[in-house]
Design a protein around this ligand. Structure first.
Ligand SMILES: [Zn+2]
Length: 120
């Protein structure tokens, strides 16, 4: 999966997708690798309406985010200011990182530095 928890992503497809002029971004709250889905803050929210009862005199509504398909989101690149496709590479000190395929900016560490992959 190309997305991890706490990543900022752009939603590019589905009901909550943005447009080129107004991009929709959010933080990843949960990743469901088995289903290839992610839960993004504020995206695909569903509401449950509650009638007033003895414990809850006001009633009201609860909201929560439902998972969306991971292919509907792209990792957000702060340099490009949009969701981008990513690659993986070894950085100079030998740690593995994700990077933006558009501009080359590093987008987060994936592993500890390993001597064998360091550039001397
Ligand atoms: Zn970029």
């Amino acid at each position: 999966m190309h997305i991890r928890k706490d990543d900022t992503v752009e939603v590019i497809a589905g009901d909550d997708a943005g447009t080129a002029k107004s991009r929709t971004t959010g933080r990843v709250l949960r990743v469901l690798p088995g289903e290839n889905k992610v839960v993004v803050e504020g995206i695909n929210r569903v509401y449950k309406h509650l009638k007033p009862n003895r414990r809850n005199a006001q009633g009201g509504r609860l909201s929560k985010e439902m998972p969306i398909d991971a292919s509907n989101v792209l990792l957000y690149c702060g340099t490009c200011r949009r969701g981008v496709r990513i690659g993986r590479r070894y950085a100079a000190d030998g740690h593995k990182e994700r990077y933006c395929k558009k501009c080359g900016t590093g987008l987060g560490t994936l592993s500890k530095p390993r001597e064998a992959y360091a550039r001397k």
